[in-house]
Design a protein around this ligand. Structure first.
Ligand SMILES: Nc1nc2c([nH]c(=O)n2[C@@H]2O[C@H](COP(=O)(O)OP(=O)(O)OP(=O)(O)O)[C@@H](O)[C@H]2O)c(=O)[nH]1
Ligand SMILES: [Mg+2]
Length: 133
């Protein structure tokens, strides 16, 4: 049987050489790691719609739109995720962790100080390559 792939909308939210990270609660999958806010795409939603919904629910940002950046499939031992990564550079509001999670604007030059989910390395590499200076 082919295991099902979990489709996840992931937002790389950029402002002034900084990116928004949120700390995943310990009890969740890949808990205790810093993530790019986002979540599962629900039936009938586009990735962009899912991302707008998740960013409002999780970090209270209103996004005017998002740009598909790249996709990344990764097999964790317990599940396989398809991260559908969008860039977000046009948004309104002040980021806050609506689920009680710490959120932080992190300079691209300091990303190497954070621990991310195992799937995320290609996102970090591409971020530094394309936006770092
Ligand atoms: N949001 C997010 N999820 C990630 C990242 N990297 C990564 O492997 N994931 C994985 O993607 C999966 C889905 O993300 P999620 O837990 O945010 O989903 P969600 O907001 O819909 O949560 P829920 O199911 O509790 O409502 C998790 O298994 C998580 O470990 C990332 O950078 N951001
Ligand atoms: Mg989420």
């Amino acid at each position: 049987m082919t295991p099902k792939v979990v489709h996840v909308a992931v937002g790389v939210i950029l402002k002034d050489q900084q990116v928004l990270l949120a700390l995943r609660p310990d009890k969740l999958h890949q808990g205790g790691r810093w993530e790019f806010p986002g979540g599962k795409v629900e039936a009938g939603e586009t990735t962009a719609q899912a991302l707008a919904r998740e960013l409002k629910e999780e970090v209270d940002l209103d996004i005017a739109g998002s740009t598909p950046w790249f996709e990344l499939q990764y097999a964790y031992p317990e599940k396989t995720v398809l991260l559908d990564i969008h860039l977000v550079q046009d948004f309104a509001g002040k980021a806050k962790g609506l689920e009680g999670q710490p959120v932080r604007w992190v300079p691209l030059s300091e990303l190497n100080q954070y621990q991310f989910p195992d799937a995320n390395q290609p996102i970090l590499d591409k971020l530094i390559n394309e936006f770092g200076r």
